[in-house]
Design a binder for this molecule. Structure first.
Ligand code: GUN
Length: 285
């Protein structure tokens, strides 16, 4: 019998802890924690994400500063905005929603976010820190997966973990976090041979591919922990993950649903990182 990992419940419990941390910070230091959210252009999905991030801030008592810029924003205008936020002591975290409109150099803009305000964990410095297993701000989706595994009491040490997908914002940091937690990690991608055999060896299987129901039951070992990072539409337009949930679930010891699994944790981890960034800013002065 599998156990469903309830991302909504974990997210609620964690937001409660974050809200307490934010209140304590305000009491100790007599000031707000500030998160700047930058949205450039009119991508529909990004607008929804940003709205939910701002709503999440309100829920835990973090002050959000929204900056909406038009799609024809120039590179120097975007850099000027982010540069200003970088220097603003009221801002503890800066988030630039991706993707940026064509013509803008995202990496150059992200590089202006100081490492200590990089609450998305996308900067080159924080990715390097993660590789070195230094205490740092970590990308929200993979960090949320680790939090759920930890809260479920799932052992990682010594386990075979397979990550399917090698994106900079999920697959790569996910693999590094599992490695730092002493798993034996394999990363698979579109050119991987024997995908089925490799996935079948996984005690912990993380699917971050972006293809509906791609992971089928024959690719999953008995009693595996299956984490589905996907967010797709199936043939009927219904939201679904990268895992063929209905056919896979009975083989698992734990599995995350879509929706209601990894998704709710992502924004919660942004709030978590923002609190951590603010706490660190007072520790280092
Ligand atoms: N676009 C898709 N996911 C993310 C995310 O986690 N952070 C930002 N900034 N942009 C995204």
């Amino acid at each position: 019998m599998y156990k469903l990992i309830d991302g909504k419940a974990h997210s609620r419990a964690l937001r409660q802890e974050i809200a307490e941390g934010v209140a304590q910070y305000k009491k100790n230091y007599g000031k707000d924690i500030g998160l700047a959210v930058v949205l450039i252009g009119d991508d529909g999905a990004s607008q929804v994400y940003v709205r939910n991030k701002i709503k999440g801030c309100g829920e835990v008592g973090i002050k959000s500063y929204a900056h909406y810029l038009p799609a024809d924003t120039t590179q120097s205008q975007a850099e000027e905005l982010v540069g200003g936020l970088a220097a603003d002591p009221a801002i503890h975290g800066i988030l630039v929603q991706l993707p940026l409109p064509a013509g803008l150099d995202a990496q150059k803009i992200l590089s202006l976010i100081p490492v200590e305000k990089d609450v998305d964990g996308f900067s080159e410095s924080n990715i390097g820190n993660l590789c070195l297993n230094n205490n740092c701000l970590v990308a929200c989706t993979p960090n949320g997966v680790m939090k759920m595994l930890e809260r479920e009491g799932i052992q990682i040490n010594g386990k075979n973990a397979v990550v399917v997908g090698r994106s900079n914002i999920v697959g790569k940091p996910m693999a590094m976090l599992l490695l730092n937690a002493d798993a034996t990690v394999t990363v698979c991608h579109s050119k991987t041979r024997n995908l089925k055999e490799i996935c079948s060896s996984a005690d912990i299987l993380v699917a971050a591919i972006g293809r509906a129901k791609y992971i089928t039951a024959d690719m999953v070992k008995d009693d595996a922990v299956v984490i589905d990072v996907g967010m797709n539409r199936d043939e009927n337009g219904k939201l679904c993950g990268d895992v063929d949930f209905e056919n896979v679930k009975d083989k698992c010891s734990y599995i995350t649903p879509v929706p209601g699994g990894v998704g709710p944790m992502t924004i919660t981890m942004l709030l978590y990182n923002t609190l951590a960034a603010a706490q660190r800013s007072v520790q280092i002065g």
